[in-house]
Write a protein that binds this ligand. Structure first.
Ligand code: ARG
Length: 468
């Protein structure tokens, strides 16, 4: 059946046909389109809008197509998209009565329905991938609750923490990505079917019934909105772009931490490359590619938003152009997520080096200042000044952080504040010990082994709760 023969003369030129065809990326909605047609035809039959015998023939033929697969469709340049190819298939099997299946339906509401159906499935798979990833992070974190490292601000040594605490930052970021995508799914899960071209139909269709048959939670309230909106795609791609951004931070840290200067982690050989000229090289190419793919997500988001900008209501063919960007965003994110998960679970952390760096460069200074406040009731600003000067003096004199003693401190305290501190030596010693500091950071969300264990438990509960 040629869609054009009524209104138009002849065929589109080959270049116009291929320029406007969506067939390549329609493949992804093949199954959804079958389900959509089955649900619609079932409803038409139930509402006695079309003859029951014809409805049965249509549904039988659609089910046959489902088992034969997409290759059973004939696609030539006279077929605009998968919806027409599918109708042509049914027509070739049961004759012209196949045309009943398009009663009270348009490709406009059909494509929107198909896209939502498949995107919902994709989101559910991504949700599952994210939960697996969180579980792996929690497992690694459990093994590194006492693994000391230095935390950074401005990429300069800041304060001692643990590798587990750092990993828990990843886990919590990714948890929010999970929640965002679950939330976006609510707005994917609304059924546009029955909006037809844009104003619904005069046939007494039952929109709630088709929504129910297709497993949607509700129907879209306005028929114009139903066929013209793709905000569900933009929102999903934003959630994915944010996830990609968080994944890129993990990649970045794997890249710098595996450098000779840091030597904090070793990426496994399976996730490393070498150089064609420099035989000594072990390069973090996988992490680099993942880091760069974040840009693909941002690009897809911007492309989608730009296509949607200032489109008049309701359906415009421009909307078709959004679809491949959605799928590319979905596929790219999934590959990033899986590769990052595998890379992280196979790398190793250099425990000695973690401690070495935590000891090397005055990451204990905040605790020393806090000690002056808690022991000697000094205003923090003065304590800050004394410790700042202490660090400068220690660096100038080549004194290691752990060798700062009460005498050294008192001399500087006199210079700055007019009197010695007189803090007990063992307290100073403790304040200069990274692990003691970590233990004392016991507030909710802090790095103490106890706080991190609680954080792990709470995220484990979260994962269990959402998996149900
Ligand atoms: N391939 C189209 C799309 O993805 C399907 C809807 C076509 N509708 C139309 N009126 N040409 O948006």
């Amino acid at each position: 059946m040629n869609l054009r023969s009524g209104r138009l003369k002849g065929k589109m030129t080959a270049d116009a046909a291929s320029f406007t065809s969506s067939f390549e990326f329609d493949k992804r909605i093949f199954n959804a389109d079958i389900q959509c047609n089955i649900a619609h035809t079932t409803m038409l039959k139930e509402q006695s809008i079309i003859p029951a015998v014809d409805a049965d023939k249509i549904i039988k033929s659609l089910k046959e197509l489902e088992s034969e697969g997409i290759n059973a469709l004939v696609f030539d340049s006279s077929v605009e998209d998968i919806h027409m190819a599918l109708e042509n298939y049914v027509t070739s099997k049961i004759g012209e009565v196949a045309g009943f299946m398009h009663t009270g339906k348009s490709r406009n509401d059909q494509v929107a329905t198909d896209l939502r159906l498949i995107l919902k499935e994709e989101i559910e798979e991504i949700e599952n991938d994210i939960l697996n990833f969180i579980e792996i992070i929690l497992k690694i974190a459990s093994n590194h609750i006492k693994t000391v490292m230095v935390g950074y601000t401005h990429l300069q040594h800041a304060q001692p923490t643990t590798f587990a605490h750092h990993l828990m930052a990843y886990a919590n970021e990714i948890k929010r990505d999970f929640e965002r995508i679950v939330d976006a799914k609510k707005r994917v899960d609304i059924c546009p079917l029955g909006a037809a071209a844009m104003t619904g139909t005069g046939f007494p269709i039952n929109r709630d019934r088709t929504a129910e048959l297709l497993g949607f939670s509700s129907v879209m309230e306005n028929s114009m909105d139903a066929v013209s909106s793709r905000d569900f795609m933009a929102e999903t791609v934003f959630a994915l772009a944010m996830l990609a951004s968080n994944l890129s931070k993990i990649s970045e840290e794997m890249i710098i931490w595996s450098s000779y200067e840091f030597r904090l982690i070793e990426i496994s050989d399976e996730y490393s490359s070498t150089s064609s000229i420099m035989p000594q090289k072990k390069n973090p190419d996988v992490a680099e590619i993942s880091r760069s793919k974040t840009a693909v997500l941002y690009g897809e988001l911007m492309t989608i938003l730009t296509i949607l900008k200032a489109l008049p209501h309701s359906y415009n063919r421009d909307l078709q152009e959004v679809t491949p960007h959605l799928w590319n965003a979905v596929d790219t994110t999934r590959s990033m997520l899986n590769i990052t998960c595998n890379m992280l679970s196979t790398m190793s952390f250099n425990v000695d080096r973690g401690m070495e760096l935590a000891m090397a460069n005055f990451s204990t200074a905040t605790e020393l200042a806090d000690l002056m406040v808690s022991e000697k009731n000094l205003p923090f600003r003065i304590a800050h000044q004394i410790v700042g000067r202490t660090v400068t003096e220690a660096i100038n004199q080549g004194i290691r952080p752990e060798n700062i003693d009460t005498k050294f401190l008192d001399k500087i305290a006199v210079e700055i504040n007019g009197s010695p501190l007189g803090i007990r030596a063992e307290l100073v010693e403790k304040a200069l010990d990274p692990y003691e500091i970590i233990k004392s950071r016991d507030v909710k969300g802090g790095p103490s082994p106890k706080a991190v264990k609680e954080a792990i438990l709470s995220l484990e509960d979260f994962v269990k709760g959402v998996r149900k």
